[in-house]
Design a protein around this ligand. Structure first.
Ligand code: PLP
Length: 381
């Protein structure tokens, strides 16, 4: 008998929490008004929308006026980058080669179209960014836009965003952080963190796809990306996705309610997965800092497998045949089967096979045992 499918690709997207689904369903049927309408249906929708905004703001210790709803993480990152460039006449961007394409592709576009200079921070073979280089660049050019992520979606590296924010503050530079992988997984206190914008996406914390938000600090407002009606106090045109927003607020609340215990549980799973893989498959290493339990996302383990006659570049395919969903990198690069830009930046050995296992609170130790058994079988001589 075939075993139940196993999902180890939670950095690509997470399954919805049942409680989140329950919360959002009524908004497709009953409270369907447009929050911009002035009649009672509209007013009800507006009230609901503002409650959700308040909830998210309070979970992040900030004010509701600083939370703007978007269609997800990509739109939030695009808004921050294009908005900061336009509003503050930015002529120099600092980012890193291991950012998500939601940042890198818009940065490349803006650099090309607007004659902006780009500095990519150096990173070592583990993906550690050169912080001295960042300090020097900021000293030379204070009116820069810095976009550096919190947690890397492929190799799990955690950047010290407190330190980066402090450096940017010291030089008066604009600091955006892509926090899509850490939102709901790590506490964020926006009263304590001097950051100008950050991004969140509901489907990464057991909410629905197609909804997210951007935090924009009130002292550093930026022009909108989406022009249209005056929604979101003129910060983002387009009728709000009420059901999605309600669901996102609920998902974030649930994530923060038990954040520490979820973190502990998932870290235990990751620790177990790492030790079982090391024990059963000779020659494995871990990409980036993902094998370092203190310096990486507790949700991500990116494993580098030695070349093998049995698999020959087909490891993910073999896992898929066994009903195990994992990924070679980010969801987009695995779909296109292109090499990962992150692993390329780390100059990873191209003869090895890389699999990103990413975990959530819905995974179990029994699933890990099963996956390791399958892997061990694939690596038997
Ligand atoms: C780090 C990071 N940034 C941005 C995104 C894009 O988010 P969304 O899928 O909501 O557009 C993702 C999703 O894969 C991500 O992992």
């Amino acid at each position: 008998m075939k075993s139940a499918p196993i999902y180890f690709d939670n950095a690509a997207t997470t399954p919805m929490d049942e409680r989140v689904l329950e919360e959002m369903l009524p908004y497709f049927k009953n409270n369907f008004g447009n929050p911009s309408s002035v009649h009672s249906h509209g007013r009800n929708a507006r009230e609901t929308l503002e409650k959700a905004r308040k909830k998210i703001a309070s979970l992040l210790n900030t004010s509701p006026g600083e939370i703007i709803f978007t269609s997800g993480g990509t739109e939030a990152d695009n808004t921050a980058i294009c908005g900061a460039i336009e509003t503050y006449g930015i002529k120099h961007i600092i980012t890193s080669p291991i950012e998500h394409h939601a940042v890198l592709h818009v940065v490349e576009h803006e650099v090309k179209e607007k004659n902006i200079r780009l500095s990519l921070l150096e990173c070592d073979a583990e993906g550690n960014l050169n912080m001295d280089q960042l300090a020097l660049l900021l000293e030379k050019e204070p009116n820069s836009l810095v976009s550096l992520m919190h947690g890397n979606n492929e190799i799990g590296n955690l950047n010290d965003i407190e330190r980066i924010a402090a450096l940017c503050k010291q030089h008066g530079s604009y600091f955006h952080s892509d926090t899509v992988q850490t939102m709901g997984h790590y506490p964020i206190d926006l009263k304590a963190l001097p950051i100008h914008s950050l991004s969140g996406s509901a489907h990464k914390f057991h909410g629905p796809k197609g909804v997210g938000f951007i935090y924009i600090n009130k002292t550093k407002k930026i022009n909108p990306l989406m022009l249209g009606g005056g929604q979101e106090r003129n910060n983002r045109g387009g009728t709000e996705n009420i059901a999605g927003i309600i669901a996102m607020a609920k998902a974030l609340e649930l994530a923060f309610d038990d954040q520490a215990s979820h973190a502990e549980e998932i870290l235990q799973l990751k620790t177990y997965l790492k030790s079982q893989i090391e024990k059963n498959i000779p020659g494995v290493t871990f990409n980036g800092l993902s094998g370092n339990l203190d310096k990486s996302l507790y949700t991500v383990l990116n494993v580098s497998f030695p070349p093998s006659e049995n698999n020959q570049g087909m490891l993910l395919f073999h896992l898929d045949l066994e009903g195990i969903s994992a990924s070679g990198g980010s969801a987009c690069s695995s779909g296109a089967r292109l090499g990962s830009h992150v692993l390329n930046a780390l100059e990873a050995d191209p003869s090895r096979e890389n699999v990103r296992f990413s975990l959530s609170r819905f995974n179990t130790k029994a699933e890990i045992d099963h996956v390791v058994k399958i892997l061990a079988g694939l690596y038997q001589a």
